[in-house]
Design a protein around this ligand. Structure first.
Ligand code: DC
Length: 245
């Protein structure tokens, strides 16, 4: 594997002038779209760590079908690079952006298994840290504030009621209001995914919890942008202790 060498330690405020916003939370809590919007508002770059787990899964599936193991996943991951596009980084395989491939239902079904592979986690973490080198970033995932950037300048943990997460996901997917029966099915799937991803979905002790159940996306973005501006000005979270990250 030719994963880039990670920086010797995650960056902290003032280190090379960069500022890291970590946004973690469970599936369908709106992390990625919120993170992307926050990055645009702040003029930072967005890194979606879940997209890398998905990219490794998609390549493994295309190389070996469902029976792939960790060595196959790592060999496939080695062929993936990250390309800066507008305010984000996107995974690229064989010269092509992977957005459609990584959202395939088969990838969503298999990705939790890949996210348990230690080598894949190291590969993702190294790529995310390298992408964030020398620039202000908004990084979203499950363990960004605890493992990837334990000294992030601002850590946010987004949660929302599972029913509401399911409703939002279906509305986005189908472009119409889902029925209660559809929401109930999707809620069950989400709760199952939450339990598969539970080990790594951890709220950092110094993260700010935002429950988005009754917030619009614009309101969530506004809160995080306001927090980032305060924290950029040198304030720390109530009770924040970076050493505990
Ligand atoms: O957020 P998402 O649905 O795109 O994440 C895809 C998978 O990757 C999901 O199983 C959780 C996992 N993941 C992780 O374990 N750690 C991260 N930092 C980001 C995602």
């Amino acid at each position: 594997m030719t994963a880039p060498t990670p920086p010797s330690s995650p960056r902290v405020r003032g280190d090379r002038g960069s500022f890291v916003v970590a946004i973690d939370g469970p599936a369908a809590s709106g992390k990625s779209s919120t993170a992307q919007w926050v990055a645009q508002r702040l003029g930072f770059r967005h890194v979606d760590s879940g997209a890398l787990y998905r990219a490794a899964t998609a390549v493994a599936l295309s190389r070996a079908g469902e029976s792939f193991d960790e060595p196959v996943a790592l060999a496939g991951a080695d062929e993936i690079t990250l390309r800066p596009v507008e305010h984000s980084f996107v995974p690229v395989w064989r010269g092509a952006e992977m957005e459609e491939m990584i959202r395939a239902p088969e990838v969503t079904r298999q990705v939790s298994r890949v996210a348990q592979m230690h080598g894949v986690r190291q590969w993702v973490n190294a790529h995310v840290r390298l992408a964030a080198e020398g620039q202000h970033v908004v990084v979203d995932g499950r363990d960004i504030g605890t493992v990837v950037f334990p000294h992030a300048d601002l850590k946010v943990f987004l949660i929302a009621d599972p029913w509401e997460r399911a409703r939002r996901r279906l509305t986005q997917r189908h472009g119409r209001a889902p029925s209660d029966a559809e929401i109930a099915d999707e809620t069950e799937r989400l709760v199952q995914r939450d339990s598969k991803d539970a080990t790594q979905t951890v709220q950092a002790k110094d993260a700010i919890l935002i429950d988005t159940t009754y917030l619009t996306q614009a309101e969530q973005v506004e809160r995080i942008v306001s927090l980032a501006r305060v924290f950029e000005g040198g304030e720390s979270a109530p009770d924040a202790d970076p050493a505990r990250g």
